[in-house]
Design a protein around this ligand. Structure first.
Ligand code: AMP
Length: 144
């Protein structure tokens, strides 16, 4: 299974924000869009970082209520791990597990074409396993 297959059902919408957006606004965006992370893009639309609810929680522990007035670029992760549509889902899942992050933007020819969450990966893996189970059952029943 490839990342492209997940994007074909999920779509390529990526919710992003500017580096100067306040954390208060980012939190509003996360809540409105029911997502766990936003990508941060520069004026040219290039990927500048990623900011997840984990960063908000750690930021609150570190800065207290002053966090809300801080800018996204102050607490985002600037070194973003990305994947490509032709990457295999199980390899991306391994990267997420090893790096302890749950979101991976998908880039194709330098452009952002989607974002994959751990939820998307688990869903696709479960569907794949169910398909295998059903094929095995058909095979066993057919052979009996
Ligand atoms: P998450 O599990 O996605 O909530 O993120 C946990 C931590 O990893 C946060 O500090 C995020 O900013 C960071 N993070 C999330 N996604 C990525 C990614 N694709 N590459 C690098 N860091 C990430």
């Amino acid at each position: 299974m490839f990342i492209r297959q997940i994007l074909s059902t999920k779509g390529g919408r990526v919710i992003g924000t500017a580096p100067a957006t306040t954390i208060a606004e980012v939190v509003g965006l996360l809540e409105r869009e029911r997502i766990g992370a936003v990508v941060v893009t520069d004026e040219q639309g290039r990927l500048a970082g990623i900011l997840s609810e984990r960063d908000v929680a750690c930021g609150l522990a570190r800065h207290g209520p002053a966090l809300l007035a801080m800018r996204a670029e102050q607490i985002m992760t600037a070194k973003v791990i990305t994947c490509a549509p032709d990457d295999r889902v199980d390899q991306v899942m391994q990267q997420m597990t090893a790096g302890r992050f749950r979101h991976v933007p998908v880039l194709e020819d330098g452009a952002m074409v989607g974002i994959i969450s751990i939820g998307d990966v688990v869903k696709s893996r479960l569907e794949e396993l169910e398909q295998e189970r059903s094929q095995l059952q058909d095979y066993i029943v057919g052979a009996a």
